[in-house]
Design a protein around this ligand. Structure first.
Ligand code: WTA
Length: 631
C-alpha cells in the first residue's frame, strides 16, 4: 500500500521531510501510482498569478489507477457497496472487476454520443452507483465532469450548465429521498429551456416516474449501455488536464467553478484518505456525503477507490425509515470508518439514545467529521455513544478549493482534542496572519488562515475567469492562498477552525454566499432590498436570517414571507431557504451606503449589548426598529 504513516513520530518525521524537501517527498508518493509517462518536474508555481503545476508533463489516466491497477490483486473485492433509500430494497455490491466493466461500458456510451476529451459533462443525479460510474467514465474519456447537487433548482442548474458550456447532462428520472420521490429529469427539462449547448441527456431509470423524453436529445442509460462495447482503453491525459469543475459559493456574485486537475488531485486524495482514516485493506469505509459536494468527490469516489478501499454509498437520509438508519447500516455492512457532518450528528443527537441502542456499532474503528466546526457537545456525543469511547474522531478541515483534507488528526496516531482539527497533513503549510497580513508566529495566536506553499490537490483556476481565482484567493495576502477561515493555534500548536471571516455562511455544512441568497430574495417582485446574515442554529450550525424591505401590496406578513421562501427555493433550492425573515423598513447603512452587516449579525445572534456606536450611521433610527422586530 501507498506511503502510510503508522505512528506519531513517523508523522512528525514525514511532516519535517515534506517541508524541507517537498519535491522529494511528493515524488516518493507519486512513484507508487501508474503513470503512462513520468514528470519532468514535480512542482512549479507562482501564487501572484495563481499558477500551479504538479507533475509537469506527466501522462496518466486517473481511472487506470482506480480500476486496472487493482484488478489483479483485488479484482473480487467490493469497490462500491450501495445501500438504497428503502431498507427493504436489495442493495448492490460492485467488485473492482464489475465496476471496471461498467465504467468501460459507460465510457463507450459517452463516446458514442459525441463526448470528446475536454468536453464538459453535467452530472445531476441521486446517490446511485451510476453517479460514481458517470464520474469515472468522464475521467476515462478525458471529459470534464461537473456534478451538480440534485437538490439544486432548475435555475441554479441552468446557471452552471451555461457557465461551463456543457455538452451532455447525465441524470435520472427521479430521486428517492426518505418517504418522498422527487422529480429529477423534469428539473433538467426546465433548466434546458434556458441552455443552448446541451446535445444529449442520458437518463437512468430509478424511480420509474413518468418523464418526457425529447426525441433526438434524450436517451435511456440502460438502452445506451446495452448497445455499448464492454471494453475501453483509457484516454491518456496530461497531469494538468482538467479533471472536474465543482461550483461553490463565495462571498460575492454567482457560484464559481472550482477547477481540479488530474495528477496532483490523484496523488493527494489517495494519500490523505489512507493516512487520515488509517484504512486497512479489509476495512469497509463509509462517507455519508453527497457526490454533489467535494467530500463526495474526494472521499466517496476518488480517494477510496484509488486506495482500493470498499466504499459505501447511501442513497437515503439519516432519519428514514427512522433515526437509527445510519447505525443500522453500520452494523449491516460492518463499517469500520464512518465519516459524516456535525449537522447530521446534532440532528440525530436530538432523537436521544433510543434509536442508537438497538445497534452494536462494534465494527467501528474511526469516526470522521467534516464541513463545519464540530461543537464540543456533538463531539462528545459522537465519541461516547457512537464510538463507544474507543474510536478516535478525525475532525477534518478542508475546502472545495483544497481538494483534500488539510488539517486533521491521523486516526489513532494524533492525540485529539474536542473541536480541534489538530495538525496539518504532510506537505501542508498553514500560516496565521492578522488583518494587515503580518504572520503571527508561535503558539497561542488567532487570525486568518492562509497556506503559503502549494499542495498537489489545490484549486488551479475558477472556470472561465482566472482573474476571479487570483482576486479571491491570492490577492488578500501576497504570496499566500487565503482560505476565508479564521483559526486559532493553541499553546500545543493545535489548530482550531473558528469559522468563516467573509460573507460565506455554512448551513448544515453547505456553503452559501449571503450575496447569492440576497440576489435570490431580490427576485421577488415586491422586494426592494435585502440583507442576509448567518446566526447560530442548534442543528444546522448556522441558519439563514434575512432582513427584507418589501412593498407589501395587500399581502399579509405571513404570505409575503412564504412567497419569499418559495422564490429562494425556486432560484437556488431548498438548502438556501431563509430560516427567519424579518420585514424591515430600512437597513442600517454607513454614510457611504454600505450595509452594516455587523449590526445585523448581532441582532440575529440576539446579542444587542455590544452594537457599538450606531450614531454615525446614515439611518441610526432603523437599528431600534430592527431590534424590536427581531425574530
Ligand atoms: C468549513 C467542505 C471547521 C470551513 C470540505 C471551510 C470546517 C468550509 C471544517 C469549506 C472543519 C470544513 N472544521 N470548519 N473540520 N471543514 N469547514 O468548500 O469554513 O463545502 O472554509 O468544503 O467549510 O466548505 P466546502
Amino acid at each position: 500500500m501507498l506511503t502510510k504513516i503508522e505512528n506519531l513520530s513517523e508523522y512528525f518525521l514525514a511532516y519535517e521531510k515534506s517541508i524541507a524537501n517537498p519535491e522529494t517527498f511528493w515524488e516518493r508518493v507519486a512513484n507508487q501510482f501508474f503513470w503512462r509517462k513520468k514528470w519532468d518536474r514535480v512542482v512549479d508555481y507562482d501564487f501572484e498569478k495563481a499558477e500551479v503545476k504538479w507533475f509537469e508533463n506527466a501522462k496518466l489516466n486517473i481511472t487506470e489507477n482506480m480500476l486496472e491497477r487493482h484488478l489483479y490483486t483485488i479484482g473480487d473485492k467490493p469497490a462500491i457497496i450501495w445501500e438504497p433509500n428503502d431498507p427493504k430494497e436489495a442493495g448492490i455490491t460492485l467488485t473492482y472487476q464489475q465496476l471496471f466493466e461498467k465504467v468501460c461500458e459507460f465510457s463507450n456510451v459517452l463516446l458514442n454520443n459525441g463526448v470528446k476529451k475536454g468536453d464538459r459533462v453535467i452530472i445531476y443525479m441521486p446517490m446511485i452507483p451510476e453517479a460514481a460510474i458517470a464520474m469515472m467514465a468522464c475521467a476515462r474519456v478525458g471529459a470534464v465532469h461537473s456534478v451538480v447537487f440534485a437538490g439544486f433548482s432548475s435555475s441554479a442548474l441552468a446557471d452552471r450548465i451555461i457557465n461551463c458550456e456543457a455538452k451532455v447532462v447525465l441524470t435520472s428520472d427521479g430521486n428517492f429521498r426518505g418517504a418522498k420521490s422527487i422529480p429529477v429529469k423534469a428539473v433538467v427539462d426546465e433548466a434546458l429551456e434556458k441552455c443552448t449547448t446541451i446535445e444529449k441527456v442520458i437518463v437512468v431509470e430509478r424511480t420509474k416516474t413518468e418523464v418526457t423524453m425529447q426525441a433526438g436529445r434524450d436517451l435511456w442509460w440502460h438502452e445506451e449501455t446495452a448497445k455499448a462495447e464492454k471494453t475501453h482503453k483509457a484516454e491518456v491525459m496530461d497531469s494538468e488536464d482538467m479533471l472536474f469543475i465543482l461550483y461553490t459559493s463565495g462571498s460575492t456574485g454567482q457560484p464559481k467553478g472550482v477547477v481540479h486537475t488530474t495528477g496532483g488531485y490523484m496523488v493527494y486524495t489517495q494519500f490523505s484518505f489512507q493516512n487520515v482514516f488509517q484504512y486497512n485493506s479489509d476495512d469497509v469505509y463509509w462517507c455519508t456525503a453527497d457526490v454533489g459536494w467535494i467530500t463526495g468527490h474526494s472521499y466517496i469516489v476518488y480517494g477510496p477507490l484509488l486506495a482500493g478501499a470498499t466504499t459505501v454509498m447511501f442513497e437515503g437520509v439519516p432519519t428514514y425509515p427512522d433515526a437509527g438508519r445510519f447505525w443500522e447500516i453500520i452494523d449491516k455492512y460492518q463499517v469500520n470508518q464512518f465519516y459524516t457532518a456535525p449537522t447530521a450528528i446534532r440532528a440525530l443527537q436530538a432523537y436521544g439514545l433510543d434509536p442508537v441502542l438497538p445497534y452494536k456499532l462494534d465494527s467501528l474503528k474511526v469516526l470522521g467529521s467534516v464541513g463545519e466546526p464540530i461543537n464540543e457537545e456533538a463531539w462528545h456525543w459522537y465519541h461516547d455513544h457512537i464510538g463507544k469511547g474507543k474510536c478516535p474522531i478525525v475532525d477534518t478541515w478542508w475546502q472545495t478549493e483544497t481538494g483534500g483534507i488539510m488539517i486533521s488528526p491521523l486516526a489513532g496516531l494524533t492525540p485529539t482534542k474536542p473541536a480541534y482539527a489538530t495538525l496539518p497533513l504532510p506537505g501542508i503549510r498553514p500560516v496565521i496572519v492578522d488583518a494587515e497580513g503580518n504572520e503571527l508566529k508561535g503558539n497561542g495566536v488567532e487570525g486568518n488562515l492562509c497556506i503559503n506553499f502549494p499542495w498537489p490537490s489545490m484549486i488551479r483556476t475558477t472556470y472561465g475567469d482566472h482573474q476571479r481565482c487570483i482576486d479571491t484567493y491570492f490577492s488578500t495576502y501576497k504570496g499566500m492562498y487565503f482560505t476565508g477561515d479564521g483559526v486559532r493555534r493553541d499553546e500545543d500548536g493545535y489548530y482550531r477552525i473558528m469559522g468563516r471571516v467573509d460573507d460565506v455562511i455554512n448551513v448544515s455544512g453547505h456553503r452559501m454566499g449571503t450575496a447569492e441568497v440576497e440576489n435570490a430574495i431580490n427576485e421577488h417582485p415586491l422586494v426592494v432590498e435585502s440583507a442576509v446574515v448567518g446566526y447560530p442554529h442548534d442543528i444546522k450550525g448556522q441558519g439563514i436570517y434575512a432582513y427584507v424591505i418589501c412593498d407589501a401590496e395587500g399581502r399579509t406578513e405571513g404570505s409575503l414571507k412564504e412567497e419569499i421562501k418559495a422564490t429562494v427555493n425556486k432560484i437556488i433550492g431548498p438548502i438556501a431557504k431563509p430560516d427567519k425573515i424579518q420585514l424591515v423598513t430600512g437597513l442600517p447603512k454607513t454614510r457611504s451606503g454600505k450595509i452594516m452587516r455587523r449590526i445585523l449579525r448581532k441582532v440575529a445572534e440576539n446579542d444587542t449589548s455590544s452594537l457599538g456606536d450606531t450614531s454615525t450611521l446614515l439611518n441610526p433610527e432603523v437599528v431600534e426598529e430592527i431590534i424590536k422586530g427581531a425574530q
